[in-house]
Design a protein around this ligand. Structure first.
Ligand code: UGA
Length: 430
C-alpha cells in the first residue's frame, strides 16, 4: 500500500476510470470519480456497476470509505492533487481519435488550486501531451505537471492487470512529476518505466498494434493451413514455444474486435498518414481482420449452398468471453452478412445485451445454446464462452435441421464432433 495517501480525481467512470479509481483507492488513496452521466453515477452510488468486470464490484465495495462518485466537477476537484483523464477517445469521421471529451476535462481544471499533475490514461495520438501542455499553460496551470500513463489492462482481467502489470509506463517532461505518479503506484507489483511523453504515447499504440498483428498473422497462416492440409493449432503451439515469439495472441479465430484494437489500430494508421507515411504492415493487419470476419460467412455459404431461408445460430456475441462488451464485436459483422444473404439469425450469449439497433433487431435471442440451435441449418461458435464446452452436443446435433457446426474459435474437438454426426468446420485445422 502507498506510503503517502494522495487525493485523486478521476474523470470518466467507464472501464478505465472505474478500474483506475478502484485500484487507486485499494492502494490507499482518496479517490473521487466524476462522470457526466447521471444514471451511471446513480448506479455506482447505489453500489451497482454499470459494466461487468470480474473483481471490480468487490474492490469498490471494500473501499467505499475512500472512493466516491459524483456528477459535480467542483466536488471531484475540491482538494485533488492529481487528476486522471479516463474518458473515451472514439474514432472521428476523419479516422483520427476524437479528443473532444479530453479537451473538455482539461479545460475544466482551471482554478483547481491543489492540483499538481494531470495524468492521461485515455488513449491519445502521439503529440497530444504537447498540445495539452499549451492548454494547461493558457489556463493558468503552468505549474501543473503532465504525465502520459497509458493503460494496458484487458477486459475480464482489468483489476489484476492494474495491480500486477507487466509494466507501468510513465511519460513525463520532469522528474518531480514522474516521481509523484510513480509513488502513487507503490503497492503495484510490476516495473515502472519512465520516459518522455511522446514515447509513452507511442508505447500504447505500438503495443496494441503488435498484438493485433500477431492475431492477424496467425489467422493468415490458418487460412494457408486450410489450403495445404496443415493444422494451425499444432503450428501455433510449436511456433509459440520459441521464447522470442511467445505463446500469446496466437489463437486463430474469426478476427479481433473490442473497444481497443479496431480503434487504436485505425488511429495509429491515421497518425502515420497525417505525417505522410503509410504504415503498410498495419494496413494489411486491419485488412486481414476485415476479411477474416467475411470469410466466416463465405465458409458457411460454401457448405450450405445458398443461405436464403437458412436458419443460422450464432453462439456467443461479445467480442471475447468474460465481458458484456459488444463494441466492434465480430458477431455484428457476421449477423449483418448473414441477414444480407437472406438467412434467419438466432443468437445466444450469456452476458451480451445487444443494442436495439441494426443488425440485432432482426435477430432472435435465446436463453440457451440448445434453444438457439434448435431447427438450425448451421451453428457458428463466435465467442469461446466456457459454457459452450459444456453443451450436450449430441443432443444439439439431434435438434438441428442440418448439423453443420462452424467452430470459429477452435474450441471443440473436431474428431469428437464428427463422431456425434456434425459436419465440423474449424479455423485452419483439417
Ligand atoms: C486489449 C489489450 O490486450 C490490452 O493490453 C489493452 O490495454 C486494451 O486492449 C486496451 O487498449 O484498452 P481487450 O480489448 O480487452 O484488451 O481484449 P483482448 O483480450 O486483447 O482481445 C482483443 C481481441 O482479440 C478479441 O476480439 C479476442 O477474441 C481477439 N484475440 C485475442 C484473438 O482472436 N486471438 C488471440 O490469440 C487473442
Amino acid at each position: 500500500v502507498a506510503k503517502v495517501e494522495r487525493r485523486v480525481a478521476v474523470f470518466g467512470a467507464g472501464y478505465i476510470g472505474l478500474v483506475t479509481g478502484a485500484c487507486l483507492a485499494e492502494l490507499g488513496h482518496r479517490v473521487a470519480v466524476r462522470d457526466v452521466d447521471p444514471e451511471k453515477v446513480r448506479l455506482l452510488r447505489a453500489g451497482d456497476l454499470p459494466i461487468y468486470e470480474p473483481g471490480l464490484g468487490d474492490m469498490i465495495a471494500r473501499n467505499k470509505e475512500r472512493l466516491t462518485f459524483t456528477l459535480d466537477l467542483r466536488e471531484a476537484l475540491d482538494d485533488a492533487e492529481i487528476a486522471y483523464v479516463c474518458v473515451d477517445t472514439p474514432p472521428s469521421a476523419s479516422g483520427d481519435a476524437d479528443l473532444s471529451r479530453v479537451w473538455s476535462v482539461v479545460t475544466s481544471l482551471e482554478g483547481a488550486t491543489h492540483l499538481r499533475t494531470v495524468v492521461m490514461k485515455s488513449t491519445v495520438p502521439v503529440g497530444t501531451g504537447a498540445r495539452l501542455r499549451s492548454v494547461l499553460d493558457a489556463a493558468g496551470l503552468g505549474h501543473v505537471g503532465y504525465v502520459a500513463n497509458p493503460e494496458f489492462t484487458a477486459e475480464g482481467t482489468a483489476v489484476r492487470d492494474f495491480m500486477r502489470p507487466d509494466r507501468v509506463v510513465i511519460g513525463s517532461a520532469d522528474e518531480d512529476t514522474a516521481r509523484l505518479v510513480s509513488e502513487l503506484h507503490d503497492g503495484v507489483d510490476g516495473p515502472v518505466v519512465v520516459m518522455d511523453v511522446r514515447s509513452a504515447e507511442m508505447v500504447k499504440l505500438a503495443s496494441n498494434a503488435l498484438l493485433a498483428t500477431k492475431i492477424s498473422f496467425i489467422n493468415e497462416i490458418a487460412t494457408l493451413c486450410e489450403k495445404t492440409g496443415a493444422d494451425v493449432q499444432e503450428v501455433a503451439h510449436a511456433v509459440g514455444l520459441d521464447h522470442r515469439l511467445g505463446p500469446h495472441f496466437l489463437r486463430p479465430g474469426i478476427g479481433w474486435g473490442g473497444s481497443c484494437f479496431p480503434k487504436d489500430s485505425e488511429a495509429l494508421r491515421q497518425l502515420a498518414n497525417n505525417t505522410g507515411y503509410h504504415l503498410q504492415l498495419l494496413s494489411a493487419v486491419i485488412e486481414v481482420n476485415n476479411l477474416q470476419k467475411r470469410r466466416a460467412v463465405q465458409k458457411l455459404k460454401d457448405e450450405l449452398g445458398s443461405l436464403v431461408g437458412a436458419r443460422v445460430a450464432l453462439l456467443g456475441l461479445t467480442f471475447k468471453p468474460g465481458t458484456d462488451d459488444m463494441r466492434e464485436a465480430p458477431s455484428a459483422v457476421l449477423a449483418g452478412r448473414l441477414l444480407a444473404e437472406g438467412a434467419e439469425v438466432h443468437c445466444w450469449d450469456p452476458m451480451a445485451r445487444p443494442a436495439e439497433t441494426d443488425p440485432w433487431t432482426a435477430t432472435v435471442r435465446h436463453a440457451s445454446p440448445e434453444l438457439a440451435v434448435e431447427g438450425a441449418d448451421a451453428a457458428i461458435i463466435v465467442t469461446e464462452w466456457p459454457q459452450l464446452t459444456e453443451v450436450d452436443w449430441a443432443r444439439a446435433a439431434s435438434l438441428m435441421r442440418r448439423p453443420v457446426l462452424f467452430d470459429g474459435r477452435n474450441l471443440l474437438d473436431p474428431a469428437e464432433m464428427r463422431a456425434l454426426g456434425f459436419t465440423y468446420l474449424g479455423v485452419g485445422r483439417p
